[in-house]
Ligand binder design. Sequence first.
Ligand code: IPM
Ligand code: MG
Length: 383
Amino acid sequence: MTKKYKIVVLPGDGIGQEVVPQALKALKAVEEKNKGINFEFIEYPCGGQYWLKNGKKEEWPAETYEVCQKESDAILLGAIGWTNPDGTTVSYPDGKMVGLNILFGLRFGLDLYANIRPTKLYEGVPHKISGEFRQIWKPENVDFVVIRENTEGLYSDTHGKLDRGGKVEIATDTRLITRKGSERVINFAFDYCTQRNKGSPSDGKLRVTCIDKSNVTAGCKLFRQIYQEIAKHYPEIEQDYAFIDAFTQWIIRNPEWYDVGVVPNMFGDIATDLAAVLQGSMGMAASGNVGDEKGMFEPIHGSAPRHAGKNEANPMAAILSAHMLLDWLGNRNNDINLKNGAKQVERAIEEILKEGKIKTYDLGGSSKTSEVGDAIASRIKSF
Ligand code: IPM
Ligand code: MG
C-alpha cells in the first residue's frame, strides 16, 4: 500500500497566502504525475493577520503545534509577520512580533537545528542592481549552500532588560553558543557536503567553509574549534575559513569558490539575504529547517505587505522550498518517487526560467503569481 504523507500547510501572512498555493499546485502535479505518491494536506491559518481577524486571541488554532509535532511528515510555511496601517509591525503589548511564536515555536520546539539555504542561480535570471536588470554572475558560478545554525546564538530566548521607572535603560541579548548545538550543525554541514557531492564551481573540490567571527567573539572561537575537531573526520572535504564580514564581500566577488558553508544563527540570517542577490531575487531563495525527526520548508522572504494581495509576488522561492521538501522526505523515507518528484519540480523551474517568457516583476517580467504556479504545474505534468 502506498504510504500517505501528511503535509501541514501554514500559508501565514501577506504574500505567504499567495505563494503557498502555487507550491501546492506543484506538489499536486507531482502527486498526479508519479504513481505511488499520496499526500494529505492539512492547512491552518496563522500569523499576524489571523490574530487580528480573530480578535487578538490566538496566532494559530490551538491544535496546530501538536499536529505539526505528532502527525506531520513535513511542514510547508509561507511567511510570518504583518504590518499595521501606520507601518508598524503587528505586535503584542510587550513589543514581540505576532507570529514569532509560530516560527520559533516550530524551529525550537521541533529542534530543527539546521537551516539549509541554497544559493543557486538559474539560467535566464537577471540581477536587478541599482534599478537595472543585468546579467552579472554566471549561473555556473553560483551554486553553494549555507547551513545556518537554527536553534541558538542570538535567537536563543535569553533576552533581558532593565526598566527604571517605566523607562527601559538597558536591553541585552545573550548569544548562546553550545558545544552540542555547534557539533550537530557542523556535522550536518559536512554530511550535507558529502551527499551533495558537487564541490565548488571553481575547482570541483568538496569544501565546507566555517563562517564566523572567531577573531573577536568567544562563541565563534568555540564554533571554529568544534569545526576543526569535526573536519578531521572528513579528510576528503577541504577545510576553509571566512570571517563573516569578509564572507559578505567574497560571495559577491567570488561566489564560485563556495560549496557548503556553516554559520551561527544570526550571521546566517544576514548572509543569506545578501546571497539572495546572487540568485536574482529574494523571490528565488528557498530554505529547509530540519532536525533529526522533522522538517519545515519555507521561502526565506517575508510577507511583503507592499506586494500582498496583488498576485504579483514571485512564487518560485516557495515552489523551490516544496522541491526541497520532496527531496528531504524522499531521502528520509527512501522513497524514489518523491525524489523523482523533487527533480521534476526543479526541472520545470529551470526550463521555464531558461525560456524566459514566464517571470514575475522582480525578474524583469510581468507574469502573475498564479500564472507562474500554473506554468510550473503544467510543465511537471507534461514530463
Ligand atoms: C528568516 C527570517 C526570520 C529569521 C524572521 C522572520 C524572524 O528573517 O527566516 O530568515 O530571522 O530567522
Ligand atoms: Mg531572514
